[in-house]
Design a binder for this molecule. Structure first.
Ligand code: TTP
Ligand code: MG
Ligand code: MG
Length: 368
């Protein structure tokens, strides 16, 4: 569906759902460029009864998908390349993408490591429309992370989520206000959030295959088949889904840590790492308009002993340089031990009241 960029009628919400394409597998292809264009899966070894967590789109052409046994994946595609998962890397990419989303709106609801809802209703101006915001989002993610997301734009969460799946990979699907039925009706019933394989089978056995066929049933039929969910399922057939985008409850701390490629006892290297991590944490805080009073340094030595040192400052801080000043000082007090370290982390906690972040939220709305 073309990204028609004209304005939305008033009273409509503009919800974006964004999801990485073949998340784990794409991160592996990005970090090991020799895997680009190849059938790649991330998952456990077949001899350990491993399953596929994520399959590159090249692997999907062989019929390979998430959750199938690795042994079966190899039978479908003998030249398959398997990579073991690197959860730390995926978590760090996830934090970064959520920060990119939050640089556009604070109204971000992460659903899992690789996807989130954004409410961009308020961001609309004479020049900026929801489809343009979606395009901007894709561009930013590609520029900063060299990974593609697929994006759906709709007037509710359920429509946006179904839309983001329509043109994967690297897709953008806009369901304009008022065209929800046109979009949803031809789709199979299992596209609806909450309709799993068992319910699908039962509905199919009644001859109900498409959302249009389901939508034709009357409310009493829904009541006897869906119980307390009947109204929400019925409404979703028409694209109506009042669930708001909820930002997760306030976090108590923000941190960033890294495992060193080679263990190090070199003060210069360790200081440089602490400064880089302070920078990551500073960016997370700044993008949310939060400042904190406690800085924590985490160190894990080559013999796997983890220690933490923390210090509180009088005035809340947010800037990378201020965080780094404290974190580097904490590090300097450890260096006399001449230990070699394998992991370094920096965190900030001790946040003030909510008021500050709400101010920041309003500022960002105005300044977009
Ligand atoms: P998904 O977004 O469902 O899948 P995907 O990103 O690999 O592929 P696409 O969105 O393009 O269809 O899940 C995100 C990650 O979650 C996925 O990369 C690996 C992990 N995952 C599992 O570990 N097991 C699973 O069964 C599924 C579905 C996902
Ligand atoms: Mg995905
Ligand atoms: Mg996902």
């Amino acid at each position: 569906m073309a990204a028609d960029a004209s304005h939305y009628p008033e009273d409509y919400r503009a919800i974006i759902h964004a999801d990485f394409d073949a998340f784990y597998a794409s991160v592996e292809q990005r970090d090991y460029p020799e895997l680009i264009g190849k059938p790649v899966v991330v998952g456990g070894k077949s001899e350990n009864r491993g399953v596929v967590a994520s399959a590159s789109y090249e692997a999907r052409a062989f019929g390979i998908s998430s959750a199938i046994p690795m042994s079966r994946a190899y039978r479908l595609c003998p030249q398959l390349v398997r990579k073991p998962p690197r959860f730390e890397v995926y978590r760090s990419v996830s934090n970064k993408v959520m920060d990119i989303f939050r640089s556009i709106t604070p109204l971000v609801e992460p659903l899992s490591l690789d996807e989130a809802y954004l409410d961009v209703t308020r961001l609309e101006t004479s020049e900026i429309t929801p489809p343009l915001i979606a395009q901007e989002l894709k561009k930013k993610v590609w520029a900063e992370l060299s990974l593609t997301i697929s994006v759906g734009v709709g007037t509710s969460k359920c429509v946006a989520k179904i839309a983001s799946d329509m043109n994967k990979p690297d897709g953008i699907t806009v369901v304009r206000p008022g065209t929800e039925r046109e979009f949803l009706f031809p789709l199979p019933v299992q596209s609806i959030w909450g309709i799993g394989p068992k319910t699908t089978e039962r509905l199919n056995s009644f001859g109900i295959n498409t959302i249009e066929q389901l939508s034709k049933r009357d409310i009493s039929w829904f009541e006897s088949n869906f119980g307390s969910n009947s109204l929400s399922v019925r409404n979703m057939c028409f694209g109506e889904d009042p669930r708001p985008v909820v930002t997760h409850r306030e976090r108590k701390s923000f941190s960033s840590e890294t495992t060193l490629v080679d263990d190090s006892d070199d003060p210069e290297i360790l200081r440089e790492i602490v400064i880089r991590l302070s920078n990551d944490v500073g960016q997370s805080l700044s993008s949310r308009g939060i400042s904190g009073k406690t800085v924590k340094l985490k160190l894990r030595s080559s013999d796997f002993i983890t220690s933490t040192r923390q210090r509180s400052v009088l005035e809340p801080i947010q800037l990378s340089s201020e965080i780094a000043d404290v974190a580097v000082d904490l590090l300097n007090h450890e260096l006399y031990k001449k230990n070699s370290y394998r992991l370094v982390g920096v965190g900030v906690s001790g946040f003030g009241s909510l008021e500050n972040s709400q101010d920041a939220m309003q500022l960002r709305f105005k300044g977009f």
